[in-house]
Design a binder for this molecule. Structure first.
Ligand code: URA
Length: 423
C-alpha cells in the first residue's frame, strides 16, 4: 500500500479495505505515514464518512497499536462510564465511588479539559496530593482498595489515537462521527472494561449540537462496543445548560462531595443515580446495592475517601480557592428562561479553569458558581452567578463570553431538553 492511494480512495468516496485501514494506522503510528498525509485522510473521512465496517476496522486497528488491559484477576464485574464532555459535568467524581460501593469495580481512564469542556483529571488534581498517573500495578492496588480508580491513560494505550487526536485538534477534523466514535471506543475497549455506559451529551455545550447527530454517534459507539464484547449502553443527555451549580475544577470537586454526602443539586444527583443503575445493570452485578441507599448510608463517601487516599490525595484538605470573586446580577425580575452551556463554559475557561495552550496549567480555584438555573424565579439585582478567578483582570473577558448567554422572561424556555433525552 501507499498513503496516497488510500487518501485518494476516500477522497473519491470509495470504501477502504480492512487491509488498507490496518496498514495506514500502523504505519502512521510508527512514522511511515506523515502527519500531512494523515490529515488529508482525516479530512477525507470527515467529508465523505465511513461505513460501520470501516469504523469497526479503524477502531480495532487503533487498539492493536498498543496494550490491552486485563481485569480478569478481579473477583467482581467491571463497569465504566464515558461522557462525551460538557460544562459542569463532574458526574464521574461521585459516580465511580458510588458504583464501587454498590458492588462493581470501576476502572476509569479519564482525560483533561478540551476547549470549553472540563476534564476529570484536572478536577481531581485540585485535591492536594492526588496523582493522576499510575502504573498498571498501582491501578490494580487502588481498585482493590477502593473499588474504583480514576486515572490517566498510560502512553501504551491506543498510541495511534493519541497521535491522531493531537493532529485532528489542529486540522479542523475533530467533528467527525466516525473519528470521534473510534477515538473514544478504542480507548475504552483497550481499557478492558466488561461493560460501558456512554453519556452522549447534546446541546450548545457538547460536541454534538443536535439530537440526530448525537443519536448517530451513540448508535455507532454502542455497535463498536458490542462487536468487541463490551456490553454497551448509551444515554443521550442534556448539555444545553450546565450540569449542577458549579463549573470549574475545585468548585466541581466540592459539589461532588456534597452529592456523596447525600445532598447536592437535583440534576447532578438524578443523573449520577441513573448512570449508576445503568452501569450496575450492564455489568450484571449480583446482589447490587441500590445507589440511592449507598448515597444515604455513607458507603459511597467511604469509597470516595479510600479512592482519593489510595492515589495520594487528602480528602480532608481544604480545596484551593480563587483570590478574586465577582457577582453577576439579574438585570430584571422574572424567570430564568435559558442559561447557555457554551457561554458558561467559555466564561469559565477564560476565568482560568481551562487551558489556552496545551502546556498551560489550569487554575484550580477558577470557575463559576450558579445561583439560578433555568426555571428558577429571580429578582432584579439578585446575584445570578459568582465568577471566581486568580486575577481580577480576567472578569472582563468572562463577561463578554456571557453576553447573550442568559435570558430572563416569564417561564423556562420550552425548547430546553429533558435531563435524559433518550436511552
Ligand atoms: N473525545 C475523544 O476521546 N475523542 C474524540 O475524538 C472526541 C472526544
Amino acid at each position: 500500500f501507499d498513503a496516497i492511494e488510500i487518501i485518494t480512495t476516500k477522497r473519491d468516496r470509495r470504501e477502504l479495505s480492512t487491509a488498507q485501514i490496518d496498514w495506514v494506522i500502523d504505519a502512521y503510528t510508527r512514522g511511515g505515514v506523515a502527519d500531512e498525509q494523515m490529515s488529508a485522510l482525516a479530512m477525507a473521512i470527515l467529508l465523505n464518512g465511513m461505513n460501520r465496517r470501516e469504523i469497526a476496522d479503524w477502531t480495532l486497528a487503533m487498539i492493536r497499536t498498543g496494550e490491552r488491559m486485563d481485569w480478569s484477576a478481579l473477583d467482581r464485574p467491571t463497569a465504566d462510564k464515558h461522557s462525551t464532555g460538557g460544562v459542569g459535568d463532574k458526574i464521574t467524581l461521585p459516580l465511580a465511588p458510588l458504583v464501587a460501593a454498590c458492588g462493581a469495580y470501576v476502572p476509569q481512564l479519564s482525560g483533561r479539559g478540551l476547549g470549553h469542556t472540563g476534564g476529570t483529571l484536572d478536577k481531581l488534581e485540585s485535591i492536594p496530593g492526588w496523582r493522576a498517573s499510575l502504573s498498571n500495578d498501582e491501578m490494580l492496588h487502588v481498585i482493590r482498595t477502593a473499588g474504583a480508580v480514576v486515572c490517566a491513560a498510560g502512553t501504551g494505550l491506543a498510541p495511534a489515537d493519541k497521535k491522531l487526536y493531537a493532529l485532528r485538534d489542529v486540522t479542523g477534523t475533530v467533528e467527525s462521527i466516525p473519528l470521534i466514535a473510534s477515538s473514544i471506543m478504542s480507548k475504552k475497549i483497550a481499557e478492558g472494561t466488561g461493560s460501558l455506559v456512554l453519556d452522549v451529551k447534546v446541546g450548545s455545550g457538547a460536541f454534538m449540537k443536535n439530537v440526530d447527530d448525537a443519536r448517530e454517534l451513540a448508535e455507532t459507539m454502542v455497535a463498536l462496543g458490542g462487536d468487541a464484547g463490551v456490553r454497551t449502553v448509551a444515554l443521550l443527555t442534556a448539555m444545553d445548560r450546565p450540569l449542577g451549580r458549579a463549573v470549574g475544577n475545585a468548585l466541581e470537586v466540592a459539589e461532588s462531595v456534597e452529592v456523596l454526602a447525600g445532598g447536592g443539586p437535583s440534576d447532578v444527583v438524578e443523573l449520577t443515580v441513573r448512570l449508576a443503575r445503568e452501569m450496575l445493570e450492564a455489568a450484571a452485578v449480583p446482589g447490587a446495592k441500590d445507589p440511592e441507599q449507598a448515597l444515604k448510608d455513607g458507603s459511597a463517601m467511604d469509597a470516595w475517601r479510600r479512592m482519593i487516599g489510595a492515589q495520594g490525595g487528602d480528602p480532608d484538605a481544604p480545596l484551593p480557592v480563587a483570590a478574586e470573586t465577582m457577582d453577576v446580577v439579574a438585570p430584571s425580575s422574572g424567570v430564568l428562561r435559558r442559561l447557555d452551556a457554551l457561554s458558561v463554559g467559555l466564561a469559565a475557561w477564560r476565568l482560568g479553569a481551562g487551558r489556552e495552550r496545551k502546556e498551560d496549567a489550569v487554575s484550580f480555584g477558577a470557575g463559576i458558581t450558579l445561583h439560578a438555573k433555568p426555571g428558577d424565579t429571580v429578582r432584579a439585582g439578585q446575584p445570578l452567578m459568582t465568577l471566581h478567578a486568580d486575577e481580577a483582570g480576567r472578569f472582563e473577558r468572562a463577561l463578554t463570553a456571557l453576553e447573550g448567554g442568559y435570558e430572563i422572561g416569564e417561564a423556562a424556555d420550552p425548547a430546553l431538553f429533558p435531563l435524559v433525552i433518550d436511552r
